[in-house]
Write a protein that binds this ligand. Structure first.
Ligand code: G1P
Ligand code: ZN
Length: 539
């Protein structure tokens, strides 16, 4: 019996990056099945098609994969490609989908959110280009979840996910593949591995990569240690764990504190960390934090040192809240620069249309057209390639960059678990106020323009409205406010500050941005609405 009756379950609307909920929610009867069948129903055809499946190894990953296998077989897929141990980083899944033409892939991850029986789980669908499902596909999946009456699921012997090999279940070929091999091969096509190996093996360059007990451990060990000759203790927390060792696998100064301490105390030259599913990155020089917006701008400026990009970039893109440091590089190099809403899905069309090569977000996401996801280890290799080619330190490179382009001070303040109604009221009041702001001064800063960001995709003409409130000041400063689309409890308010300065290049960002923070309070009343005197996370 493969056909099972079911009925719609409330709240299966995917957010910025797939459907993310508490594990307990996913464990409800039919919850996962309804969503997976809704994905399959959104595809033109399942019969005979190839599908890639993998995840970040968090709690429920293995069980969910067995369920997806049973459903894929019952839906008639021709072939399933699954990462060994159920492991595929998000960029590796994108790479595999592109390499073995597929109708798409299912990635099980809640990214940087904690894992474990009481924590988060997630599921996202990537299309045949290897990128996150488009807005319209996501809409169809959601509509399907509201109308579902049955799903298909076969009763099967579990597949041994730990052994590389092939299995047959019904008419479906199931291939369990090495999680790292295809991705490592792609990296070797892009970068100058000889130069990086020479830098690392010379003995006076020391690095540390923190895999945060998440998916990148096996990737970093094979590439950094195996192929580039870094010492084996240079990859820490390398074993993927279902609960990420009890931590948030979120590569920022708060959650990757162990890495920051190690780099600074041991005087290492370079440090980096990646998140739960391996698509984010944080990079550090010795006692030198590099903001993701600056990292993106610098890599674009230095991309000529990297073999795959040495003949020039097609164009670049950044998400709207990301600082405008990238725009300055684009202007100088005469490149088109696109501003998209938050979330990687908007970059895919631009890449498929060959309008951009590099793109990124302030949220520790950097990537290129080698896959259709942001890619943590790729960004680390970009830095290592540039460090090897220039012989300069990360701090020297960044300071020289600011010397040429000026500095865009940037900070994001997150207020987590805010009461959803309070957050909604705050935005309603703010949006009402928007047309009246221009021309007025708040906390001594005069507003030049204020609006809600709306994006028209230049490739397919689709329009995405309500993508965050922007307030521009005559000083060149900007405040952006939006609600997170990836949180799983209450509302998370994100406030982004950026301020350009061509002269003063070495201020503490929190000091440089303090006038904007006072203006935000005067305009929005963050404290009054949220009841919070300070943000929970400052990056
Ligand atoms: C967050 C980030 C966003 C990123 C997304 C998925 O989304 O802000 O840049 O694309 O995670 O990694 P948010 O929670 O803000 O909706
Ligand atoms: Zn992620």
């Amino acid at each position: 019996m493969t056909l099972h009756a079911t009925s719609p379950i409330e709240g299966q609307k995917p957010g910025t990056s797939g459907l993310r909920k508490k594990v307990k929610v996913f464990q409800q009867n039919n919850y996962l099945e309804n969503f997976v069948q809704s994905i399959f129903n959104a595809l033109e055809r399942c019969e005979g098609e190839r599908l890639v499946v993998g995840g970040d190894g968090r709690y429920l990953n293995r069980d969910a994969i067995q369920t997806i296998i049973e459903m894929a077989v019952a839906n008639g897929f021709g072939e399933l490609i699954i990462g060994q141990g159920g492991i595929l980083s998000t960029p590796a899944a994108s790479c595999v989908i592109r390499k073995y033409p597929s109708c798409g892939g299912i990635v099980l991850s809640a990214s940087h959110n904690p894992g474990g029986p009481d924590e988060d789980f997630g599921i996202k669908f990537n299309g045949p280009n290897g990128g996150p499902a488009t807005e319209s596909m996501t809409e169809v999946i959601y509509r399907n979840t509201q109308q579902i009456t049955e799903y298909r699921k076969a009763d099967l012997e579990p597949v041994d996910l730990d052994k590389i090999g092939e299995h047959k279940r019904g008419a479906t070929l199931i291939r369990v593949i090495d999680s790292v091999a295809d991705y490592a091969e792609l990296m070797q096509q892009l970068f100058d591995f000889d130069a990086m190996r020479a830098l690392i093996s010379a003995g006076n360059f020391h690095l540390c990569f923190d895999a945060m007990h998440a998916v990148t451990g096996p990737y970093a060990k094979q590439i950094l240690v195996g192929l580039l000759g870094a010492s084996s203790d240079s990859v820490i927390n390398a074993e993927p764990k279902e609960d990420f060792g009890g931590h948030h696998p979120d590569p920022n100064l708060v959650h990757a504190a162990e890495l920051v301490d190690r780099v600074n105390e041991q005087g290492l030259d370079f440090g980096a960390a990646s998140d739960g599913d391996g698509d984010r990155n944080m990079v550090l020089g010795n006692n030198f934090y590099i903001n993701p917006c600056d990292s993106l701008a610098l890599l674009a400026a230095q991309s000529g040192h990297i073999p795959a990009y040495s003949s020039g970039l097609a164009g670049v893109a950044r998400s709207m809240p990301t600082s405008r440091a990238l725009d300055r590089v684009a202007a100088k190099l005469n490149l088109d620069c696109y501003e998209t809403p938050t979330g990687w899905k908007f970059f895919g069309n631009l890449m498929d249309a060959e309008r951009i090569t590099f793109c990124g977000e302030e949220s520790f996401g950097t990537g290129s057209n080698h896959v259709r996801e942001k890619d943590g280890l790729w960004a680390v290799l970009c830095w290592l390639n540039v460090l090897a080619a220039t012989g300069k330190s990360a701090a020297e490179l960044m300071q020289e960059h600011w010397g040429v382009y000026g500095r865009d001070y940037f900070s994001r303040h997150d207020y987590e678990g805010v009461d959803s109604d309070a957050a909604a009221t705050m935005f309603t009041e703010l949006k009402q106020k928007l047309p009246t702001l221009a021309g007025s001064a708040y906390a001594g800063l005069s507003v030049e323009q204020a609006d809600e960001f709306s994006y028209t995709d230049p490739v397919d003409g689709s329009v995405s409205q309500g993508q965050g409130v922007r307030i521009f000041f005559s000083t060149g400063g900007r405040i952006v406010l939006r609600l997170s689309g990836t949180g799983t409890s209450g509302a998370t308010l994100r406030v982004y500050y950026d301020q350009f300065d061509a002269q003063q290049l070495d201020l503490d960002p929190q000091v440089a941005l303090a006038p904007l923070m006072r203006a935000a309070e005067a305009i929005v009343g963050i404290q009054k609405h949220t009841g919070r005197a300070a943000p929970d996370v400052v990056t």
